[in-house]
Design a protein around this ligand. Structure first.
Ligand SMILES: Nc1ncnc2c1ncn2[C@@H]1O[C@H](COP(=O)(O)OP(=O)(O)OP(=O)(O)O)[C@@H](O)[C@H]1O
Length: 199
């Protein structure tokens, strides 16, 4: 069973292992930052055609022109490259089969029909919005070092560094919830009907 099984399972539109790799990378970025700075970024996973259509490049795409087999999330060199590029504004687009298709993209977002908890800004609105308008799942690394996952326009899970939980009740997820601690992070998620620990 992978570490984020409860979050990744049951997303029919998104390959569970691609989503798990993305969340793992997001947690590493949240935890490590870059050169002493906190880093925030956004990953939009699967339904790449629809996501590309609803986004635009903020700069010349640093991933453009590289062959797909050199842009796989499971490749350690790619993960290091993504950590470096995460310092740029904008979002990464990840295909359902785990290729990082594009970086530094602005997501066309609208807060219409989105009900977000207070305190979440435009990066989270973009994540909720694109997950509502497409079949993609969006993973936000907040500069506050919390990773949040959006599906169907809703916040469905948070991965919170434990140090935060000691400091305050940081979660924005309402009950019912699933709570599990892995290492120094806590996972809080909606209870997913399709979760079956024997799978
Ligand atoms: N529509 C968007 N598409 C891609 N990136 C975006 C979009 N909107 C905002 N961002 C990125 O999010 C950054 C932070 O914006 P903001 O502080 O409003 O978001 P936030 O949700 O509060 O995130 P954080 O918790 O990281 O502060 C922006 O500087 C920009 O890089």
């Amino acid at each position: 069973m992978n570490s984020f099984y409860e979050i990744c399972a049951g997303k029919n539109n998104c390959d569970a292992s691609t989503l798990e790799q993305t969340i793992q990378l997001a947690v590493e970025i949240a935890r490590e930052g870059r050169e002493g700075r906190k880093i925030g970024t956004l990953f939009v996973v699967s339904d790449k055609k629809a996501v590309l259509k609803r986004s635009r490049p903020l700069i010349l795409d640093p991933l453009y022109g590289h062959p797909e087999q050199r842009k796989r999330l499971c490749d350690q060199d790619v993960r290091e490259t993504v950590k470096e590029l995460a310092q740029l504004d904008g979002a990464f687009i990840v295909s359902g089969d785990g290729v990082v298709v594009s970086a530094a993209r602005y997501i066309n977002a609208s807060s219409r029909r989105i009900d977000l908890p207070l305190g979440l800004g435009s990066r989270h609105v973009a994540a909720a919005s694109i997950s509502r308008d497409t079949r993609a799942v969006a993973v936000v690394v907040s500069e506050s070092a919390i990773v949040r996952v959006f599906n169907d326009g809703r916040l469905i899970a948070e991965i919170i560094p434990e140090v935060w939980l000691f400091a305050q009740e940081a979660t924005k997820i309402k009950s019912p919830r699933l709570e599990r601690t892995i290492g120094d992070v806590k996972i809080i998620a909606e209870t997913l009907e399709k979760y079956n620990p024997t799978n």
